[in-house]
Design a binder for this molecule. Structure first.
Ligand SMILES: Cc1cc2nc3c(=O)[nH]c(=O)nc-3n(C[C@H](O)[C@H](O)[C@H](O)COP(=O)(O)O)c2cc1C
Length: 172
C-alpha cells in the first residue's frame, strides 16, 4: 500500500482523550461483576451494540477465523452465544471446542478478552433462543444452537492517555 495510506493511518488517533480511569485495586473479585460494570457504563453512555464481540475459533490444524457475534447471557460463569451448528464457526467448535471472545468499547478505550472451553446448551434452550429472536416467524430451526464459553481467563484492558495502559487479568 502507498506511503500516503500508511501516513493517513498513522495520523488517526488511537484512543479518545477523555478516557475513564481504572484502578485494578478496586476491581471486584468476580470477573463477571467487573464486566457488568463496564457494560452498564457503555450502555449508560449510549454506546451502540455494547454486547457485540469478536469470536475466534480454530480448526484442528490451527487455522484461525473470527467474526462478530452478540452476547446472549452470562449464567453460572458461562458466556452464551448462538449460531448455526452447520456454520464455519459451528463446525470449528465441534472439532475444537475452544474459543476466544473480544469486546471493545472504543469510546472508553476498554477491551475485555475471554477465552476457554465451549459446550453446547440444551436443544430446548436453543429452540427458545431461536423463537425469541427479533423477526422470529414461528418456524423451527434445529440447526440453531446456544453455546456456552467457560472462561479459563478474562482480561480487562483500559487504555490510558499517558500510554500506561492498564491490564487486569482473572485466571479461573
Ligand atoms: C455486530 C454483529 C453481530 C453478529 N451476531 C451474530 C450472532 O449472534 N450469531 C451469528 O450466527 N452471527 C452473527 N453475526 C454474523 C457473523 O459475524 C458471521 O458473519 C456469520 O455468523 C457467519 O460466520 P462463520 O461463517 O464464521 O460461521 C453478527 C455480525 C455482526 C456484524
Amino acid at each position: 500500500m502507498s506511503e500516503s495510506f500508511s501516513q493517513r493511518l498513522r495520523a488517526l488517533p488511537d484512543f479518545p482523550n477523555d478516557l475513564p480511569k481504572f484502578d485494578p485495586a478496586t476491581a471486584p473479585a468476580d470477573s463477571v461483576d467487573l464486566f457488568l460494570e463496564w457494560l452498564e457504563a457503555a450502555l449508560a453512555d449510549g454506546v451502540s451494540q455494547p454486547h457485540a464481540f469478536s469470536l475466534a475459533t480454530t480448526t484442528t490444524t490451527g487455522q484461525v477465523s473470527s467474526r462478530m457475534m452478540i452476547l446472549k447471557n452470562i449464567d453460572e460463569g458461562a458466556w452464551h452465544f448462538a449460531s448455526t451448528v452447520g456454520s464455519r464457526k459451528g463446525r470449528e467448535l465441534t472439532a475444537n471446542p475452544q474459543a476466544a471472545m473480544n469486546f471493545y468499547w472504543a469510546k472508553f478505550g476498554r477491551q475485555v478478552r475471554v477465552s476457554g472451553a465451549v459446550t453446547l446448551l440444551s436443544a430446548e434452550a436453543s429452540a427458545r433462543d431461536w423463537d425469541e429472536r427479533p423477526g422470529a416467524d414461528g418456524r423451527d430451526n434445529p440447526d440453531w444452537q446456544l453455546f456456552a464459553l467457560h472462561p479459563a481467563e478474562v482480561e480487562f484492558w483500559q487504555a490510558s492517555s499517558d500510554r500506561h495502559h492498564i491490564r487486569h487479568r482473572y485466571v479461573l
